[in-house]
Design a protein around this ligand. Structure first.
Ligand SMILES: Cc1ncc(COP(=O)(O)O)c(C=O)c1O
Length: 376
């Protein structure tokens, strides 16, 4: 039987044509024609104030931490059920991640738990839109307004998803996207910082460009650029931006195909959920999903067995995350966090199924049959 990979990064064909155009444009570093085109596309389609291309979502999160002047002892509320960069970006500046529990229905941060985690040191809330499904943003924004703290949307997985009709990335003060090749839209490695709070725009450009006012120089505002703030080399090469622009132009059709596969899985696993063998993902009424992940929640001790069983049939299914509060780094440096029951439970029970635009109906059916067999 043919192998079924967990992910096959999509290539839409025009990527190489765009890259070829660079030999005429003679601009290969960051901030050229394709960076501009990608940023325009993102600003228009996400409806944010400003979009800056960067070399990863991790870099975008690091820029957020610098923009907020995070210093030793500042606290940042976020889920523990997330990728390491969500926390590490703030830890790099001396900040302390304060992990709060997730809602088992969405695997997103539970707004009811955020209030209890607020202290005088709280500077920001990072809302991670897990699997491309929106966090419940209204109560998060309400808390942030009350306590005068910043909201950052970690939208690494959430391009073109929506909350109450609004594109994710257009809601928080700041937001991030990932274009890593594990994501719906990719350029190998890449990301974007999306800015809605205008006060951050100028400084974000300086931080992205090694702490210099090179952007002013490029726009003929100053005669020579110089060092004016801290920053790093966060820009995305034009080679990646050229690749990315081809993908962005096909983003809607790529996501449409993924949604078809997601809906098919959802239909196929209905019967097992009815028999109480597993739980399927739930999409809240306020959320429009981009089908980044299709997962199932199993009963304890079955998850690893199912992954092994599928692997024996040449199908790669995965799990994640090892919650950050139980990671060796967090335990060594911060020792304790509140108990996070849902996070601990979900991380032991979740299985992620293969999902990518070229996964056929027949392949999804084969996966479904094997999982039904497993439960017999
Ligand atoms: C929630 C979340 N945040 C941040 C990142 C980091 O993205 P990148 O690999 O583009 O740095 C990821 C990557 O998977 C992620 O899932």
């Amino acid at each position: 039987m043919k192998n079924i990979s967990f992910n096959v990064p999509r290539v839409v064909k025009n990527e190489t044509n765009n890259i070829k155009k660079l030999s005429h444009l003679k601009h290969f570093s960051s901030n050229g024609h394709f960076t501009n085109m990608c940023q325009k596309w993102l600003t228009k389609n996400i409806n944010c104030e400003e979009a800056l291309l960067v070399n990863s979502c991790t870099s975008a999160l690091e820029i957020c931490a610098i923009l907020l002047n995070i210093k030793k002892g500042d606290e940042i509320i976020m889920p523990s059920y997330t990728f390491v960069s969500t926390a590490n970006a703030f830890v790099l500046r001396g900040g302390k991640p304060v992990f709060t529990d997730i809602d088992p229905k969405t695997l997103n941060i539970d707004p009811n738990k955020i209030k209890k985690a607020i202290t005088k040191k709280t500077r920001a809330i990072v809302a991670v839109h897990y699997a491309g499904v929106s966090c419940d943003m209204d109560p998060i924004l309400e808390i942030a307004k009350k306590y005068k703290i910043i909201v950052i949307e970690d939208g690494a997985q959430a391009i073109l998803s929506r909350y109450k009709g609004k594109p994710l990335g257009s809601i928080g003060d700041l937001a991030t996207l990932s274009f890593h090749d594990s994501k719906n839209i990719h350029c190998g490695e890449g990301g974007a910082l999306l800015i809605n709070n205008k006060k951050f725009i100028r400084r974000a450009k300086i931080i992205r460009d090694k702490g210099t006012n090179r952007d002013d120089f490029n726009n003929n505002i100053v005669k020579k650029y110089t060092w004016i703030d801290i920053g790093s080399s966060y820009g995305l090469s034009e080679i990646n931006a050229a690749f990315l622009y081809a993908q962005l132009l096909k983003a809607k059709s790529i996501i449409k195909k993924r949604i078809k596969i997601w809906n098919n899985y959802h239909h196929l696993f209905y019967a097992l959920e009815k028999e109480k063998k597993l739980l399927r993902p739930q999409i809240p009424i306020y959320a429009k999903n981009n089908a980044h992940i299709y997962y199932l929640i199993l009963k304890k001790n079955l998850r690893d067995k199912l992954i092994k069983y599928l692997k024996s049939k040449n199908i790669i299914a995965l799990f994640h995350y090892i919650p950050l509060h139980s990671s060796p780094f967090f335990k060594k440096y911060y020792k304790k966090n509140n108990i996070l029951i849902n996070t601990d439970e979900i991380s032991k029970k979740i299985i992620r199924l293969p999902i990518y635009p070229k996964l056929t109906k027949k392949e999804a059916f084969r996966i479904k049959n094997l999982i039904f067999n497993f439960f017999k």
